[in-house]
Design a binder for this molecule. Structure first.
Ligand SMILES: [Zn+2]
Length: 450
C-alpha cells in the first residue's frame, strides 16, 4: 500500500508477503530495501506457511481488519517513483517491485512466480481504512501499471472498459482530456473506479448512450455536489424514458445546465447545428465522433448514440461504440445513416453492442466495423444470458477474439499516439474468448436467423 487514501502515509503504508513456495518460510534475517531509505532487517521469527501471507505495516493498528505481524521502520514508499526489494539472509534478492505514479489506496497486484498460490497480496476484502482495495485473481500475470497509470505522455490515448458489473462504463483519457461514456449500473462501484484511477475532477465530456439504468445510474457519482466535479459538456438523447425519469439524474443535469455550469447537448442534434455528426477534439490529438442515434425508435436500446474514437495516430487505433444498439439501429448505422461513409465505421476495436447480446450483432455489422478485437461489458451473473451463444459464434466466424469484463475485469487499451505505435490491450485476469456462467443461446425472434 504505497499511497493510502484515508490516512497519512506514515500511518497507512503496509506490505504483504506471500509464500508462493511449498514449504514454510521464516522471515527472520530477511531484509527490505527501498530507494533513499535506511531499510529494515527482520529480527523476529515470522513464519509464513506455504500459500500463506503475512502483513507488515508501517504503524500499529489493524489494516482492513487484519493485525500486522510486524511493524517496520526505515522504509517509506514514495508516492512517485520508488522500488522495494525483499532480500533473503544471504543478501539475495527474492522479489522486487518498482513503480511510478502508483494508484492511490490500491495494492499492487502480486505477480505469481512459482506455483500459483491461494489468493495473496491485494486480496484483503475492503472493510475499514482504505476501502478501494479490490479482490482479484492473482493466479494470472497482470500488468497493474498498464491498467492503472494515467496516460504517460501527452499523446497517449488510454481507453478503459471498466468492470462495473452488468452495464457499461467507459473512460477515455488523452492529453489531459477526460471523456466518460456511461457510468454503469451502480454508483459506489463507479465511485471506486474514479478514485482508483485518479480521474481528474474536471470531465470534458460525459455521454450517456441511452436511458437505461445499467448505463446511467453510476453517473450520479459525477453529479454529487460534495465531489466538486466540473462537467464541461453532457450529451444524452433527451427521451422521456421511464427508467431515467424516475432517477435523480435529470434533475442534476437540468440544474447544472440552468446555472450555466455545463453545456447540455441532445445526441439527436449533437453539435446543435443540424448535422448528424459532432466531433470532439481531445487535447492529445484523439478525436471522438458523436453520431446521431436512430430516430424515433420505440426501443430505448435502439436510441443508443454511436461513437467513433480515433486515436492521435489514426492508423494505430480506432474504436466503435454504440451502447446497446440492436439490429434496427446497427443496420441503420451502416445504411440510412451513412456512417459507413462518414466518418467510416471501420475500427480496430468494437465495444460489443448490448453486452454481447445476439440482437446487437450481425454479419453485416462485423463486416463494416471489421474489428480486430471485441470488448463486451457485462456482469458474470446476469439475467439475460449474456454473452449469447449466437454473438460469440458471430465473432468467432469473423475471426475476432473478445475480452469481457465479467471474466477479464477492466480492459485497458493504450495507444501511444505516435506513428505506427499501434495499441496494447491489458486485462486484469483471465484469457481471451472466455465464456461466462450466464452465457446461453437466446431464443428471441431477433436472433432466430443467427
Ligand atoms: Zn445495457
Amino acid at each position: 500500500m504505497i499511497d493510502p487514501v484515508t490516512v497519512a502515509d506514515e500511518r497507512g503504508e503496509w506490505m504483504e508477503i506471500a509464500n508462493v513456495g511449498t514449504v514454510a518460510a521464516d522471515l527472520a534475517g530477511w531484509s527490505f530495501r527501498s530507494a533513499n531509505d535506511a531499510g529494515f532487517l527482520v529480527h523476529s521469527s515470522i513464519v509464513v506457511p506455504p500459500g500463506g501471507t503475512v502483513l507488515l505495516a508501517r504503524a500499529p493498528g489493524a489494516v482492513n481488519g487484519a493485525q500486522p505481524a510486524l511493524v517496520y521502520y526505515g522504509i517509506a514508499l514514495s508516492n512517485r517513483s520508488d522500488w522495494l526489494v525483499l532480500r533473503d539472509p544471504d543478501g539475495k534478492t527474492r522479489d522486487s517491485v518498482a513503480w511510478s505514479a502508483p494508484p492511490r489506496g490500491t495494492a499492487l497486484v502480486h505477480h505469481a512466480i512459482g506455483p500459483a498460490p491461494a489468493p495473496v497480496a491485494g486480496d484483503i476484502p475492503a472493510r475499514a481504512g482504505d476501502t478501494s482495495i479490490r479482490a482479484r485473481d492473482t493466479s494470472v500475470r497482470v500488468d497493474a501499471r498498464a491498467t492503472y497509470s494515467p496516460p504517460l505522455t501527452n499523446r497517449e490515448l488510454v481507453v478503459r472498459v471498466l468492470d462495473v458489473g452488468q452495464g457499461d462504463a467507459i473512460l477515455i483519457q488523452n492529453g489531459g482530456s477526460t471523456v466518460i461514456v456511461d457510468g454503469g449500473p451502480e454508483r459506489r462501484t463507479y465511485a471506486r473506479w474514479l478514485e482508483e484511477l485518479r480521474v481528474p475532477d474536471t470531465i470534458d465530456a460525459v455521454i450517456l448512450t441511452h436511458a437505461h439504468g445499467d448505463h446511467f445510474t453510476g453517473l450520479r457519482e459525477l453529479f454529487r455536489s460534495r465531489n466538486g466535479r466540473v462537467i464541461r459538456a453532457f450529451w444524452w438523447n433527451g427521451d422521456q424514458a421511464t427508467p431515467l425519469s424516475q432517477s435523480h439524474l435529470p434533475d442534476s443535469v437540468a440544474a447544472r445546465a440552468r446555472r450555466g455550469a455545463m453545456l447540455l447537448h441532445d445526441t439527436d442534434d449533437p453539435c446543435g447545428d443540424g448535422r448528424p455528426l459532432c466531433t470532439i477534439a481531445l487535447k492529445g490529438g484523439a478525436l471522438l465522433h458523436i453520431l446521431r442515434p436512430l430516430p424515433n425508435s420505440r426501443l430505448e436500446n435502439d436510441r443508443s448514440v454511436a461513437l467513433k474514437l480515433v486515436g492521435p495516430d489514426s492508423a494505430s487505433f480506432t474504436m466503435w461504440l454504440a451502447g446497446d444498439a440492436q439490429h434496427d439501429a446497427i443496420d441503420w448505422f451502416g445504411g440510412g445513416a451513412g456512417y459507413a461513409r462518414t466518418p467510416g465505421m471501420h475500427a480496430d476495436v468494437l465495444k460489443a453492442d448490448h453486452h454481447g447480446s445476439c440482437d446487437g450483432v450481425d454479419d453485416r455489422y462485423l463486416d463494416l466495423v471489421h474489428p480486430s478485437l471485441v470488448i463486451a461489458s457485462l456482469g458474470a451473473a446476469n439475467d439475460y444470458g449474456h454473452m449469447h451463444a449466437q454473438a460469440k459464434a458471430a465473432y468467432t466466424r469473423h475471426g475476432i477474439p473478445w475480452y469481457r469484463t465479467d471474466q477479464n475485469g477492466t480492459v485497458t487499451l493504450r495507444s501511444p499516439g505516435t506513428a505506427g505505435g499501434g495499441y496494447t490491450v491489458t486485462v486484469e485476469r483471465g484469457t481471451k474468448n472466455a465464456s461466462g456462467p450466464s452465457d446461453r443461446k437466446s431464443y428471441q425472434p431477433d436472433c432466430a436467423a443467427m
